[in-house]
Design a protein around this ligand. Structure first.
Ligand code: ZN
Length: 678
């Protein structure tokens, strides 16, 4: 409609002053002034009987809705004006855009800080006045599918807008159509790409569309360079002869198929230039207000923010025209509405790693290829596993098979301990080598760049972190379906947890476990605990390399057979996990137990000191602030070794790390300086 019925009220930013409005018909070309000097709505409310003689006589309420000549969408966040214009023009909607009070200002939105960005109103017009309130609401919902950024509360039927400032930016485009209220239908999948103003006997097609040429050959439209006869591509037209012609129409820079039989003409959705740019831009995406480049380099997926300049340079857009077209096209066809998740999976069935993007859901899936085939010699690895795990070799093979062939199936945590040089890292290295880029050596550093979340294997060196934070880490990574990744220069996103953990330690008390967590049988056991013996044959420097070279073949043959034989529904972890004697010891001799024993020792010392003030040299040292080893040894009765108690006291920062020889009354004692007693 050219003449727009508005509700207006002098501009006044106090919400409560805007109860009553007056109605006025305004020419569409004069809206700017009205939007800058009045509060307004495209809804007209009924005249209030008590106020009918007043100028402002229409009470603004949901129940008094009379008609609407259009609707206004309020955009506060996450959608630039540039983007909104593209969306509207692609859909061929007539529109007016005017920036609102907080445009490009820092603001608070629902109690949260929202940085300066484009904030504006989009005004759309109906092709006739809508008098049915429900019809208005459905028109609103229909339109907001174009703009998921919109707050649903905006659609209420008593809604008005505050006038914009005098210097507000104002844009309009009246070359399309108004919203045809009779044509509002359920959303279709290709909604965004279907113009509402459908022309007669004209259709659009994707450039990947296949056509059968007169010669019988089937080709993709984008490969057509010369004019050729082809069969009609419209499903409605059953074409016995090649009655159509396909060509690249230079003037429009689009492919066209015209059928002389049914008289329909189809145009490619993209121009040739857009298509070619798309090819060059295939690793670029537009997200929020930034350009991102994605890719796989050295088998690792990357996602980095790019400057416009760098983007233009990379795709070879030198002229201003080309740059503008590239940017427009990026926003139009390579826009990620959000980045929801990046999921990493190991895939033994592919030769080369790749990623795929689901633009509408904001989901990226990264498929990482398994190590390739090099040497074909399974017996070498078989022998190694036999020597290392003995009777538990079959379990280890099942574990490896599950690691190779499944994703998101949580495998038991492997706890491997033993003295230095006994081959623990050789084994964890073997597992890591299956998908090298999906492995992370975690030393316990607490950084926010949580890159370990994106991995499939986490190897933790127990000695490097304290037990409580290690316990928390284990719980975090084993208990959650999704993990949040927060990296520098990257948008925050979630990943589906695909982590498995191997914990390696030099000592036999590596885990902070509760006695009550001890598993009852192999089907619900979440730990495989194994002690590596130093008596194992020495592993020379080339051994690890030999394993690596044989791994590709081994996982595709032997482990495939093992995997196919696993009854995947058998238990919680897919495979049953033997409860080793080491695991039983672990639960008996757990950290909570040690901590309790250590506290008991300190308590006994303090009790005797307080009651008797004893004369022994160790107690004199104690009074000086030193804890003698012999004193701990004396009170450490029961299963826990005094060394374990000392270690515990160090970890809890009760005593200092270093041992010192301390003299008292001509006797020398191995002692530790007390930092602070609990
Ligand atoms: Zn036809």
């Amino acid at each position: 409609m050219e003449q727009i019925k508005l509700s207006i009220k002098q501009k006044d930013y106090e919400g409560s002053h805007n109860k009553y409005f007056k109605s006025q018909i305004v020419d569409r070309n004069d809206l700017e002034d009205f939007f800058k000097s009045n509060n307004y709505s495209l809804i007209t409310w009924k005249i209030d009987n008590k106020k009918k003689d007043k100028e402002y006589n229409r009470g603004r309420e949901d129940a008094t809705f009379e008609s609407a000549s259009g609707l206004v969408i309020d955009i506060d966040e996450n959608l630039s004006i540039k983007e909104a214009k593209y969306i509207l023009e692609k859909k061929e909607y007539n529109y007016v855009i005017i920036t609102s009070r907080n445009h490009q200002k820092d603001a608070m939105k629902k109690g949260k800080f929202s940085p300066a960005q484009d904030r504006y109103h989009i005004v759309l017009f109906f092709n006739c006045d809508v008098t049915d309130p429900d019809e208005y609401s459905s028109a609103y919902s229909f339109i907001t599918r174009l703009f998921p950024e919109v707050d649903e509360s905006c659609k209420s039927r008593d809604r008005f807008l505050f006038g914009s400032p005098e210097d507000a930016e104002y844009y309009f485009w009246f070359e399309g159509q108004d919203i045809d209220v009779d044509r509002i239908e359920p959303v279709s999948k290709d909604f965004l790409n279907t113009p509402i103003a459908e022309k007669k006997n004209v259709f659009e097609f994707d450039i990947d569309r296949e056509v059968r040429l007169g010669s019988g050959k089937v080709v993709k439209v984008k490969d057509i360079t010369t004019k050729q006869p082809c069969y009609c591509v419209r499903p409605e037209h059953y074409d016995n002869n090649p009655s159509a012609i396909v060509s690249l129409y230079e003037k429009e820079d689009k492919w066209v198929i015209h059928c002389t039989g049914c008289k329909w003409t189809g145009w490619s959705k993209l121009t040739k230039t857009e298509y070619e740019l798309n090819q060059q831009m295939q690793h670029f995406y537009y997200l929020g207000k930034d350009i991102y480049e994605m890719g796989i380099a050295e088998d690792k997926f990357f996602l980095t923010k790019n400057s416009e300049k760098n983007f233009f340079y990379t795709i070879g857009a030198e002229s201003k025209d080309k740059q503008e077209s590239a940017l427009k096209n990026l926003i139009k066809s390579r826009r990620l509405r959000t980045l929801t998740r990046v999921d990493y999976v190991g895939n033994p069935g592919i030769e080369k790693s790749y990623y795929s993007v689901d633009q509408s859901d904001g989901l990226i899936k990264v498929n990482i290829a398994a190590r390739g085939v090099d040497v074909r010699d399974n017996s070498f690895i078989e022998d190694y596993l036999q020597d290392t795990f003995g009777q538990n070799k079959d379990f280890i093979k099942q574990y490896l098979a599950m690691y190779v062939y499944t994703n998101y199936t949580q495998l038991p945590t492997l706890i491997l301990y033993g003295p230095r040089g006994c081959g623990k890292t050789t084994f964890s290295g073997l597992v890591a080598d299956i998908y090298p880029s999906l492995y992370h050596d975690w030393s316990g550093e607490s950084s926010n760049f949580s890159q370990e979340c994106e991995k499939k294997l986490l190897v933790i060196e127990e000695n490097l972190i304290d037990e409580k934070s290690q316990y928390k880490t284990l719980k975090k990574y084993t208990g959650q379906a999704f993990l949040k990744v927060n990296k520098k220069y990257q948008p925050e996103y979630m990943v589906k947890n695909n982590l498995n953990i191997i914990l390696i330690s030099n000592e036999s008390i590596p885990l902070y476990v509760e006695k009550t967590e001890k598993p009852a049988d192999p089907s619900n056991n979440q730990f495989f605990v194994w002690e590596f013996s130093s008596l194992n044959k020495t592993i020379d420097g080339t051994f690890r390399q030999k394993l690596k070279e044989r791994l590709g073949h081994y996982i595709r043959t032997e482990l495939k057979t093992v995997f196919d034989g696993i009854n995947k529904n058998y238990s919680r972890y897919g495979i049953s996990v033997p409860i080793t004697k080491y695991e039983e010891q672990l639960f008996e001799n757990n950290t909570t137990n040690i901590e309790a024993q250590a506290d008991l020792v300190l308590e006994k010392i303090a009790n005797r000191e307080n009651t008797f003030t004893p004369d022994e040299e160790e107690y004199k040292l104690y009074r000086d602030g030193y804890l003698a080893y012999t004193l701990v040894e004396y009170y450490a009765t029961g299963a826990v070794h005094p060394n374990a108690i000392i270690k515990n006291l160090k970890k809890r920062k009760i005593i200092e790390q270093g041992m010192i020889r301390k003299q008292k009354d001509k006797k020398k004692f191995n002692s530790y300086k007390i930092i602070k007693l609990p």
